[in-house]
Design a protein around this ligand. Structure first.
Ligand code: AHR
Length: 512
Protein backbone atom coordinates (compact mmCIF):
# COMPACT_ATOMS: atom_id res chain seq x y z
CA UNK A 1 0.00 0.00 0.00
CA UNK A 2 1.31 3.47 -0.88
CA UNK A 3 2.08 5.60 2.16
CA UNK A 4 0.20 8.87 2.34
CA UNK A 5 2.08 12.09 2.92
CA UNK A 6 0.02 14.71 4.73
CA UNK A 7 0.58 18.38 4.08
CA UNK A 8 -1.22 21.30 5.70
CA UNK A 9 -1.91 24.60 4.02
CA UNK A 10 -3.74 27.37 5.85
CA UNK A 11 -5.49 29.21 3.05
CA UNK A 12 -6.02 32.24 5.28
CA UNK A 13 -2.50 32.55 6.73
CA UNK A 14 -0.48 34.58 4.31
CA UNK A 15 3.25 34.63 3.74
CA UNK A 16 5.29 37.14 1.72
CA UNK A 17 4.43 38.00 -1.87
CA UNK A 18 6.15 35.90 -4.53
CA UNK A 19 7.66 38.45 -6.87
CA UNK A 20 6.83 37.72 -10.49
CA UNK A 21 10.50 38.48 -11.14
CA UNK A 22 11.34 35.04 -9.74
CA UNK A 23 10.13 33.91 -13.16
CA UNK A 24 12.73 36.08 -14.92
CA UNK A 25 14.92 35.18 -17.88
CA UNK A 26 18.44 35.59 -19.15
CA UNK A 27 19.64 36.07 -22.72
CA UNK A 28 23.34 36.32 -23.49
CA UNK A 29 25.32 36.84 -26.66
CA UNK A 30 26.22 33.19 -26.54
CA UNK A 31 25.79 30.56 -29.24
CA UNK A 32 22.34 30.84 -30.83
CA UNK A 33 20.56 32.62 -27.99
CA UNK A 34 20.54 36.08 -29.55
CA UNK A 35 21.53 35.43 -33.18
CA UNK A 36 19.23 32.78 -34.66
CA UNK A 37 17.24 32.58 -31.44
CA UNK A 38 15.80 35.98 -30.62
CA UNK A 39 17.19 37.87 -33.60
CA UNK A 40 17.32 36.87 -37.26
CA UNK A 41 17.74 40.31 -38.88
CA UNK A 42 15.26 42.29 -40.96
CA UNK A 43 16.11 40.40 -44.16
CA UNK A 44 15.27 36.96 -42.79
CA UNK A 45 12.42 34.94 -44.26
CA UNK A 46 11.41 34.08 -40.73
CA UNK A 47 8.65 36.55 -39.78
CA UNK A 48 10.23 39.27 -37.68
CA UNK A 49 9.76 42.75 -36.28
CA UNK A 50 12.91 44.80 -36.86
CA UNK A 51 14.83 41.53 -36.97
CA UNK A 52 13.27 40.00 -33.84
CA UNK A 53 11.65 36.57 -34.36
CA UNK A 54 7.92 36.85 -33.91
CA UNK A 55 7.34 33.16 -33.17
CA UNK A 56 9.76 33.38 -30.24
CA UNK A 57 8.09 36.55 -28.97
CA UNK A 58 4.64 34.96 -29.23
CA UNK A 59 5.73 31.82 -27.37
CA UNK A 60 7.33 33.85 -24.59
CA UNK A 61 4.30 36.08 -24.26
CA UNK A 62 2.53 32.89 -23.20
CA UNK A 63 4.77 32.93 -20.11
CA UNK A 64 4.23 36.61 -19.19
CA UNK A 65 7.95 36.87 -18.76
CA UNK A 66 8.54 39.62 -16.21
CA UNK A 67 12.12 40.61 -17.05
CA UNK A 68 14.98 39.76 -19.36
CA UNK A 69 18.64 40.00 -18.36
CA UNK A 70 21.12 40.96 -21.10
CA UNK A 71 23.83 41.03 -22.62
CA UNK A 72 25.57 38.51 -20.32
CA UNK A 73 26.90 36.61 -18.43
CA UNK A 74 30.56 36.63 -19.15
CA UNK A 75 29.90 38.47 -22.40
CA UNK A 76 28.68 41.51 -20.45
CA UNK A 77 32.15 42.26 -19.16
CA UNK A 78 33.63 42.54 -22.61
CA UNK A 79 30.68 44.34 -24.14
CA UNK A 80 31.03 48.00 -25.00
CA UNK A 81 27.57 49.42 -25.54
CA UNK A 82 28.61 52.16 -27.95
CA UNK A 83 29.57 49.44 -30.45
CA UNK A 84 25.92 48.37 -30.57
CA UNK A 85 24.19 51.63 -31.51
CA UNK A 86 23.80 53.60 -34.76
CA UNK A 87 23.56 52.29 -38.34
CA UNK A 88 24.21 48.54 -38.34
CA UNK A 89 26.60 48.65 -41.27
CA UNK A 90 28.85 51.00 -39.33
CA UNK A 91 28.88 49.07 -36.05
CA UNK A 92 32.32 47.69 -35.23
CA UNK A 93 32.83 43.95 -35.15
CA UNK A 94 34.43 42.10 -32.25
CA UNK A 95 35.35 38.58 -31.24
CA UNK A 96 33.24 36.87 -28.61
CA UNK A 97 36.22 35.36 -26.83
CA UNK A 98 34.18 33.73 -24.07
CA UNK A 99 31.76 31.89 -26.24
CA UNK A 100 33.08 30.07 -29.27
CA UNK A 101 35.61 32.71 -30.35
CA UNK A 102 33.17 33.78 -33.04
CA UNK A 103 32.59 37.16 -34.62
CA UNK A 104 30.02 39.43 -33.02
CA UNK A 105 28.74 42.05 -35.46
CA UNK A 106 26.90 44.10 -32.85
CA UNK A 107 23.70 44.16 -34.88
CA UNK A 108 21.74 43.38 -31.75
CA UNK A 109 22.44 46.27 -29.38
CA UNK A 110 20.70 48.54 -26.88
CA UNK A 111 17.85 49.67 -29.16
CA UNK A 112 17.18 46.13 -30.35
CA UNK A 113 17.20 44.75 -26.81
CA UNK A 114 14.86 47.39 -25.47
CA UNK A 115 12.55 46.91 -28.46
CA UNK A 116 12.53 43.16 -27.72
CA UNK A 117 11.53 43.90 -24.13
CA UNK A 118 8.71 46.10 -25.36
CA UNK A 119 7.47 43.32 -27.64
CA UNK A 120 7.63 40.82 -24.78
CA UNK A 121 6.07 43.18 -22.24
CA UNK A 122 9.08 42.39 -20.03
CA UNK A 123 11.19 44.72 -17.93
CA UNK A 124 14.79 45.06 -19.11
CA UNK A 125 17.64 44.04 -16.84
CA UNK A 126 20.98 45.26 -18.20
CA UNK A 127 24.20 43.85 -16.86
CA UNK A 128 26.88 46.56 -17.16
CA UNK A 129 30.56 46.04 -17.86
CA UNK A 130 32.85 46.33 -14.83
CA UNK A 131 35.52 43.83 -15.91
CA UNK A 132 36.81 45.68 -18.97
CA UNK A 133 34.69 48.82 -18.92
CA UNK A 134 34.94 52.16 -17.19
CA UNK A 135 32.77 53.98 -14.71
CA UNK A 136 32.21 56.70 -17.31
CA UNK A 137 31.10 54.16 -19.92
CA UNK A 138 28.52 52.64 -17.60
CA UNK A 139 27.35 56.00 -16.34
CA UNK A 140 26.82 57.23 -19.90
CA UNK A 141 24.92 54.07 -20.83
CA UNK A 142 22.43 54.79 -18.04
CA UNK A 143 22.18 58.40 -19.21
CA UNK A 144 21.70 57.34 -22.85
CA UNK A 145 18.80 55.07 -21.95
CA UNK A 146 16.99 56.93 -19.18
CA UNK A 147 17.58 60.68 -19.43
CA UNK A 148 15.07 63.11 -20.90
CA UNK A 149 15.58 66.68 -22.14
CA UNK A 150 18.94 67.49 -23.56
CA UNK A 151 22.42 66.16 -22.81
CA UNK A 152 25.21 64.71 -24.93
CA UNK A 153 23.92 61.15 -24.42
CA UNK A 154 20.31 62.16 -25.00
CA UNK A 155 21.32 63.88 -28.24
CA UNK A 156 23.11 60.70 -29.34
CA UNK A 157 20.04 58.58 -28.56
CA UNK A 158 17.81 60.93 -30.51
CA UNK A 159 20.24 60.89 -33.42
CA UNK A 160 19.78 57.09 -33.39
CA UNK A 161 16.03 57.43 -33.70
CA UNK A 162 14.71 57.24 -30.15
CA UNK A 163 13.18 60.47 -28.81
CA UNK A 164 11.74 59.31 -25.50
CA UNK A 165 13.91 57.80 -22.80
CA UNK A 166 13.23 54.23 -21.79
CA UNK A 167 12.40 53.24 -18.24
CA UNK A 168 14.71 50.71 -16.69
CA UNK A 169 15.00 49.56 -13.09
CA UNK A 170 17.26 46.56 -13.07
CA UNK A 171 20.93 47.32 -13.53
CA UNK A 172 23.70 44.82 -12.87
CA UNK A 173 27.09 46.11 -11.74
CA UNK A 174 29.25 43.51 -13.46
CA UNK A 175 28.83 39.76 -13.71
CA UNK A 176 30.74 37.02 -11.90
CA UNK A 177 33.43 39.51 -10.96
CA UNK A 178 35.03 36.69 -8.93
CA UNK A 179 35.60 34.87 -12.24
CA UNK A 180 35.09 35.77 -15.90
CA UNK A 181 34.13 39.32 -14.92
CA UNK A 182 37.61 40.26 -13.72
CA UNK A 183 38.85 37.60 -11.27
CA UNK A 184 38.58 40.09 -8.43
CA UNK A 185 38.89 39.63 -4.69
CA UNK A 186 35.69 40.40 -2.76
CA UNK A 187 36.96 43.52 -1.00
CA UNK A 188 38.23 45.00 -4.25
CA UNK A 189 34.96 44.33 -6.05
CA UNK A 190 32.90 45.60 -3.11
CA UNK A 191 34.61 48.97 -3.50
CA UNK A 192 34.07 48.94 -7.25
CA UNK A 193 30.38 48.18 -6.70
CA UNK A 194 30.17 51.31 -4.52
CA UNK A 195 32.02 53.35 -7.11
CA UNK A 196 30.05 52.16 -10.16
CA UNK A 197 26.82 52.27 -8.13
CA UNK A 198 27.50 55.93 -7.34
CA UNK A 199 27.75 56.97 -10.98
CA UNK A 200 24.79 54.95 -12.21
CA UNK A 201 22.49 57.89 -11.64
CA UNK A 202 18.75 58.12 -11.25
CA UNK A 203 17.83 60.47 -14.11
CA UNK A 204 14.48 62.25 -13.88
CA UNK A 205 11.82 59.88 -12.59
CA UNK A 206 13.81 56.75 -13.41
CA UNK A 207 14.89 54.79 -10.34
CA UNK A 208 17.57 52.18 -10.77
CA UNK A 209 17.62 48.97 -8.78
CA UNK A 210 21.35 48.23 -8.76
CA UNK A 211 22.36 44.61 -8.45
CA UNK A 212 25.91 43.92 -7.27
CA UNK A 213 27.69 40.91 -8.71
CA UNK A 214 27.32 38.34 -5.96
CA UNK A 215 28.60 35.01 -4.86
CA UNK A 216 29.53 31.89 -6.70
CA UNK A 217 27.61 29.00 -5.12
CA UNK A 218 28.63 28.78 -1.44
CA UNK A 219 31.07 31.68 -1.24
CA UNK A 220 29.44 33.20 1.85
CA UNK A 221 32.49 35.40 2.46
CA UNK A 222 31.74 37.15 -0.83
CA UNK A 223 28.21 37.97 0.28
CA UNK A 224 29.52 39.16 3.61
CA UNK A 225 32.09 41.45 1.96
CA UNK A 226 29.35 43.05 -0.11
CA UNK A 227 26.88 43.42 2.73
CA UNK A 228 29.55 44.91 4.97
CA UNK A 229 30.46 47.64 2.52
CA UNK A 230 27.02 48.25 1.10
CA UNK A 231 26.44 51.19 3.41
CA UNK A 232 24.10 54.11 3.29
CA UNK A 233 25.08 57.10 1.24
CA UNK A 234 24.26 60.41 2.80
CA UNK A 235 24.18 62.47 -0.35
CA UNK A 236 23.84 65.82 1.38
CA UNK A 237 20.52 66.55 -0.30
CA UNK A 238 18.19 65.18 2.34
CA UNK A 239 18.01 61.87 0.53
CA UNK A 240 19.72 58.66 1.53
CA UNK A 241 20.28 55.75 -0.74
CA UNK A 242 22.36 52.63 -0.91
CA UNK A 243 25.10 52.04 -3.44
CA UNK A 244 23.25 48.95 -4.57
CA UNK A 245 19.89 47.44 -3.71
CA UNK A 246 20.56 43.74 -4.22
CA UNK A 247 23.28 41.15 -4.46
CA UNK A 248 23.23 38.23 -6.84
CA UNK A 249 23.91 34.51 -6.54
CA UNK A 250 24.77 32.03 -9.29
CA UNK A 251 24.24 28.32 -8.96
CA UNK A 252 23.94 25.74 -11.72
CA UNK A 253 22.75 22.15 -11.45
CA UNK A 254 25.03 19.46 -12.89
CA UNK A 255 24.93 15.71 -12.54
CA UNK A 256 28.22 15.81 -10.59
CA UNK A 257 30.03 19.15 -10.89
CA UNK A 258 31.23 21.69 -13.47
CA UNK A 259 33.84 19.32 -14.87
CA UNK A 260 31.52 16.30 -14.98
CA UNK A 261 28.26 17.69 -16.20
CA UNK A 262 26.60 14.65 -17.77
CA UNK A 263 24.51 14.28 -20.89
CA UNK A 264 21.18 15.99 -21.37
CA UNK A 265 19.24 13.00 -22.64
CA UNK A 266 21.28 9.96 -21.56
CA UNK A 267 21.40 9.31 -17.84
CA UNK A 268 20.60 6.48 -15.48
CA UNK A 269 18.60 6.56 -12.26
CA UNK A 270 21.63 7.27 -10.09
CA UNK A 271 22.50 10.25 -12.27
CA UNK A 272 18.89 11.42 -12.08
CA UNK A 273 18.78 11.33 -8.28
CA UNK A 274 22.19 12.99 -8.02
CA UNK A 275 20.94 15.77 -10.25
CA UNK A 276 17.88 16.26 -8.06
CA UNK A 277 19.94 16.32 -4.87
CA UNK A 278 22.19 18.93 -6.48
CA UNK A 279 19.16 20.97 -7.54
CA UNK A 280 17.75 20.82 -4.02
CA UNK A 281 20.99 22.37 -2.77
CA UNK A 282 19.63 25.72 -3.93
CA UNK A 283 17.55 25.74 -0.74
CA UNK A 284 20.61 25.45 1.51
CA UNK A 285 22.48 28.09 -0.50
CA UNK A 286 19.69 30.63 -0.28
CA UNK A 287 19.19 29.92 3.42
CA UNK A 288 22.85 30.44 4.24
CA UNK A 289 23.39 33.51 2.04
CA UNK A 290 20.21 34.97 3.58
CA UNK A 291 21.57 34.29 7.06
CA UNK A 292 24.66 36.32 6.21
CA UNK A 293 22.50 39.08 4.76
CA UNK A 294 20.25 39.07 7.85
CA UNK A 295 23.21 40.05 10.03
CA UNK A 296 23.62 43.31 8.10
CA UNK A 297 20.06 43.78 6.94
CA UNK A 298 17.57 42.20 9.36
CA UNK A 299 14.68 44.05 7.71
CA UNK A 300 15.44 42.30 4.44
CA UNK A 301 15.60 45.49 2.40
CA UNK A 302 18.43 44.16 0.27
CA UNK A 303 17.28 41.68 -2.34
CA UNK A 304 18.89 38.38 -3.24
CA UNK A 305 18.81 37.98 -7.02
CA UNK A 306 19.53 34.48 -8.30
CA UNK A 307 20.30 35.82 -11.74
CA UNK A 308 21.71 32.59 -13.16
CA UNK A 309 20.33 29.14 -12.39
CA UNK A 310 19.41 25.99 -14.24
CA UNK A 311 20.84 22.76 -15.58
CA UNK A 312 24.16 22.64 -17.40
CA UNK A 313 24.88 19.49 -19.44
CA UNK A 314 27.47 18.48 -22.02
CA UNK A 315 26.71 20.16 -25.34
CA UNK A 316 24.79 18.13 -27.93
CA UNK A 317 27.14 16.05 -30.10
CA UNK A 318 28.35 17.88 -33.18
CA UNK A 319 27.59 21.36 -31.85
CA UNK A 320 30.13 24.07 -31.02
CA UNK A 321 31.37 23.43 -27.45
CA UNK A 322 31.32 27.19 -26.85
CA UNK A 323 27.64 27.47 -27.76
CA UNK A 324 26.25 25.52 -24.77
CA UNK A 325 23.39 24.02 -26.76
CA UNK A 326 21.63 21.23 -24.88
CA UNK A 327 18.39 19.26 -25.09
CA UNK A 328 15.84 19.51 -22.32
CA UNK A 329 13.96 16.54 -20.86
CA UNK A 330 11.38 15.83 -18.21
CA UNK A 331 14.31 15.79 -15.76
CA UNK A 332 14.98 19.47 -16.56
CA UNK A 333 11.32 20.27 -15.97
CA UNK A 334 11.48 18.71 -12.50
CA UNK A 335 14.65 20.66 -11.71
CA UNK A 336 12.71 23.81 -12.62
CA UNK A 337 9.61 23.00 -10.57
CA UNK A 338 11.80 22.15 -7.58
CA UNK A 339 13.61 25.49 -7.90
CA UNK A 340 10.35 27.39 -7.97
CA UNK A 341 9.18 25.76 -4.75
CA UNK A 342 12.47 26.81 -3.17
CA UNK A 343 12.20 30.38 -4.47
CA UNK A 344 8.60 30.58 -3.24
CA UNK A 345 9.69 29.48 0.23
CA UNK A 346 12.30 32.24 0.27
CA UNK A 347 10.07 34.95 -1.16
CA UNK A 348 11.00 37.22 1.75
CA UNK A 349 14.57 37.54 0.43
CA UNK A 350 14.65 36.29 -3.17
CA UNK A 351 13.29 39.15 -5.23
CA UNK A 352 14.30 37.86 -8.65
CA UNK A 353 15.62 34.76 -10.37
CA UNK A 354 16.67 34.38 -14.00
CA UNK A 355 16.92 31.01 -15.64
CA UNK A 356 19.91 30.46 -17.92
CA UNK A 357 19.04 30.90 -20.73
CA UNK A 358 15.82 31.61 -22.62
CA UNK A 359 16.54 30.31 -26.13
CA UNK A 360 18.96 27.66 -27.46
CA UNK A 361 21.42 27.86 -24.54
CA UNK A 362 21.58 25.73 -21.36
CA UNK A 363 18.15 25.11 -19.77
CA UNK A 364 16.16 26.86 -22.48
CA UNK A 365 12.44 27.48 -22.77
CA UNK A 366 12.68 27.39 -26.53
CA UNK A 367 14.90 25.57 -29.02
CA UNK A 368 14.93 26.74 -32.61
CA UNK A 369 15.79 24.65 -35.62
CA UNK A 370 15.86 26.98 -38.65
CA UNK A 371 12.33 28.33 -38.85
CA UNK A 372 10.99 25.69 -36.47
CA UNK A 373 10.37 26.31 -32.80
CA UNK A 374 10.29 23.73 -30.03
CA UNK A 375 8.84 24.37 -26.57
CA UNK A 376 10.83 22.45 -23.98
CA UNK A 377 9.44 20.68 -20.88
CA UNK A 378 10.92 23.57 -18.86
CA UNK A 379 8.76 26.02 -20.82
CA UNK A 380 5.68 24.16 -19.62
CA UNK A 381 6.67 24.44 -15.95
CA UNK A 382 6.97 28.21 -16.31
CA UNK A 383 3.58 28.29 -18.00
CA UNK A 384 1.84 26.05 -15.45
CA UNK A 385 3.22 28.14 -12.58
CA UNK A 386 2.17 31.53 -13.98
CA UNK A 387 -0.49 31.89 -11.30
CA UNK A 388 2.24 32.33 -8.68
CA UNK A 389 3.38 35.64 -10.21
CA UNK A 390 2.93 38.34 -7.57
CA UNK A 391 0.70 36.04 -5.54
CA UNK A 392 0.82 35.78 -1.77
CA UNK A 393 2.72 32.69 -0.69
CA UNK A 394 0.95 30.16 1.53
CA UNK A 395 3.40 28.29 3.73
CA UNK A 396 3.12 24.50 3.32
CA UNK A 397 3.70 22.26 6.34
CA UNK A 398 4.47 18.67 5.45
CA UNK A 399 3.01 16.95 8.50
CA UNK A 400 4.12 13.38 8.08
CA UNK A 401 7.71 12.58 7.20
CA UNK A 402 8.35 13.45 3.62
CA UNK A 403 9.72 10.60 1.52
CA UNK A 404 13.49 10.70 1.82
CA UNK A 405 16.22 9.15 -0.26
CA UNK A 406 19.91 9.05 0.51
CA UNK A 407 21.87 10.04 -2.58
CA UNK A 408 25.64 9.88 -2.45
CA UNK A 409 25.71 11.19 1.12
CA UNK A 410 23.03 13.78 0.39
CA UNK A 411 19.43 13.68 1.53
CA UNK A 412 16.79 14.17 -1.11
CA UNK A 413 13.15 14.73 -0.22
CA UNK A 414 11.13 13.39 -3.09
CA UNK A 415 7.93 15.38 -2.60
CA UNK A 416 8.01 19.13 -3.09
CA UNK A 417 4.97 21.39 -2.67
CA UNK A 418 4.35 25.12 -2.74
CA UNK A 419 1.22 27.25 -2.80
CA UNK A 420 0.06 30.81 -3.25
CA UNK A 421 -3.12 32.81 -3.46
CA UNK A 422 -4.37 35.82 -5.37
CA UNK A 423 -7.65 37.14 -6.78
CA UNK A 424 -9.86 34.60 -4.99
CA UNK A 425 -7.84 31.65 -6.23
CA UNK A 426 -5.06 29.47 -4.90
CA UNK A 427 -2.48 27.59 -6.91
CA UNK A 428 -0.77 24.50 -5.53
CA UNK A 429 2.31 23.10 -7.26
CA UNK A 430 3.33 19.53 -6.50
CA UNK A 431 6.42 17.68 -7.69
CA UNK A 432 7.02 13.96 -7.25
CA UNK A 433 10.73 13.40 -7.73
CA UNK A 434 10.46 9.66 -7.15
CA UNK A 435 11.36 8.11 -10.48
CA UNK A 436 9.51 4.85 -9.84
CA UNK A 437 6.65 5.28 -7.39
CA UNK A 438 3.39 7.17 -7.25
CA UNK A 439 3.05 9.34 -4.15
CA UNK A 440 -0.27 9.87 -2.43
CA UNK A 441 -0.55 13.30 -0.92
CA UNK A 442 -3.33 14.37 1.38
CA UNK A 443 -3.58 18.12 1.43
CA UNK A 444 -5.36 19.49 4.47
CA UNK A 445 -6.54 22.89 3.24
CA UNK A 446 -7.70 24.90 6.22
CA UNK A 447 -9.24 28.26 6.87
CA UNK A 448 -11.36 28.91 3.79
CA UNK A 449 -13.87 27.01 1.67
CA UNK A 450 -12.68 26.00 -1.77
CA UNK A 451 -13.62 24.15 -4.92
CA UNK A 452 -11.19 22.69 -7.42
CA UNK A 453 -11.20 24.85 -10.55
CA UNK A 454 -8.82 22.67 -12.55
CA UNK A 455 -5.64 20.63 -12.46
CA UNK A 456 -2.88 19.81 -14.92
CA UNK A 457 0.05 17.44 -14.99
CA UNK A 458 3.40 17.34 -16.76
CA UNK A 459 4.92 13.89 -17.01
CA UNK A 460 5.95 11.31 -19.56
CA UNK A 461 6.72 7.57 -19.59
CA UNK A 462 10.50 8.12 -19.42
CA UNK A 463 12.58 10.72 -17.64
CA UNK A 464 14.70 11.36 -20.70
CA UNK A 465 11.66 12.13 -22.88
CA UNK A 466 11.94 15.44 -24.68
CA UNK A 467 10.44 17.44 -27.53
CA UNK A 468 11.96 17.75 -31.00
CA UNK A 469 11.04 19.49 -34.24
CA UNK A 470 9.54 16.19 -35.42
CA UNK A 471 7.76 15.41 -32.15
CA UNK A 472 6.75 18.67 -30.54
CA UNK A 473 4.47 17.43 -27.77
CA UNK A 474 6.13 14.37 -26.23
CA UNK A 475 6.28 16.24 -22.92
CA UNK A 476 3.38 18.65 -22.62
CA UNK A 477 0.81 19.44 -19.91
CA UNK A 478 -2.34 17.35 -19.77
CA UNK A 479 -5.54 17.66 -17.75
CA UNK A 480 -5.16 15.89 -14.39
CA UNK A 481 -7.96 14.05 -12.68
CA UNK A 482 -6.25 11.88 -10.07
CA UNK A 483 -7.51 13.75 -7.06
CA UNK A 484 -10.46 13.51 -4.68
CA UNK A 485 -11.96 16.45 -2.87
CA UNK A 486 -13.77 15.87 0.38
CA UNK A 487 -14.45 18.73 2.81
CA UNK A 488 -11.18 20.50 3.48
CA UNK A 489 -9.11 17.57 2.25
CA UNK A 490 -7.73 17.05 -1.21
CA UNK A 491 -6.14 13.69 -1.91
CA UNK A 492 -3.80 13.73 -4.90
CA UNK A 493 -2.18 10.70 -6.54
CA UNK A 494 1.04 11.99 -8.05
CA UNK A 495 2.52 9.60 -10.61
CA UNK A 496 6.26 8.91 -10.60
CA UNK A 497 8.41 11.77 -11.94
CA UNK A 498 5.64 14.27 -12.39
CA UNK A 499 4.78 17.90 -11.81
CA UNK A 500 1.16 18.90 -11.21
CA UNK A 501 -0.69 22.12 -10.51
CA UNK A 502 -4.08 22.35 -8.84
CA UNK A 503 -6.09 25.54 -9.08
CA UNK A 504 -8.64 26.29 -6.38
CA UNK A 505 -11.46 28.81 -6.24
CA UNK A 506 -11.41 30.05 -2.68
CA UNK A 507 -14.31 31.69 -0.89
CA UNK A 508 -13.94 34.28 1.82
CA UNK A 509 -15.97 32.08 4.21
CA UNK A 510 -13.98 30.57 7.05
CA UNK A 511 -14.44 26.83 7.54
CA UNK A 512 -15.53 25.76 10.99
O1 AHR B 1 25.22 31.15 -18.57
C1 AHR B 1 26.49 30.83 -19.05
C2 AHR B 1 27.59 31.46 -18.23
O2 AHR B 1 27.59 30.94 -16.94
C3 AHR B 1 27.49 32.95 -18.00
O3 AHR B 1 27.99 33.68 -19.08
C4 AHR B 1 28.32 33.15 -16.79
O4 AHR B 1 27.91 34.25 -16.04
C5 AHR B 1 28.19 31.84 -16.04
O5 AHR B 1 29.40 31.34 -15.64
Amino acid sequence: MTAVTRAIINLDVKGPVISRHIYGHFAEHLGRCIYGGFYVGEDSEIPNDQGIRLDVVEALRGLNIPNLRWPGGCFADEYHWRDGIGPKAERPRMINTHWGDVEENNHFGTHEFLHLCELLGAEPYISGNVGSGTVQEMSQWVEYITRDGDSPMVALRKQNGREEPWTIQYWGIGNETWGCGGNMRPEYYADLARQFGTYCRDHGENRLYRIASGANVDDYAWTEALMKTKGDLGCGCGRRRNFFQAVSLHYYTYEHHHFKKGKATEFDLDAYYLTMANAQRMDELITRHSNVMDCYDPDKKTGLVVDEWGTWWDVEPGTNPGFLYQQNTLRDALVASLHFDIFHRHADRVVMANIAQTVNVLQAMILTDGDKLILTPTYHVFEMNKGHHDAVSLPVHVASPNAIREVDGKTLTTLSVSASTKDGQALISLTNLDAEATQSVELDLRGLEFTVAGARILTSPALHDHNTAEHLDVVAPQPFQSYEHSGHRLRVELPAHSFATVQLDVTAEATS
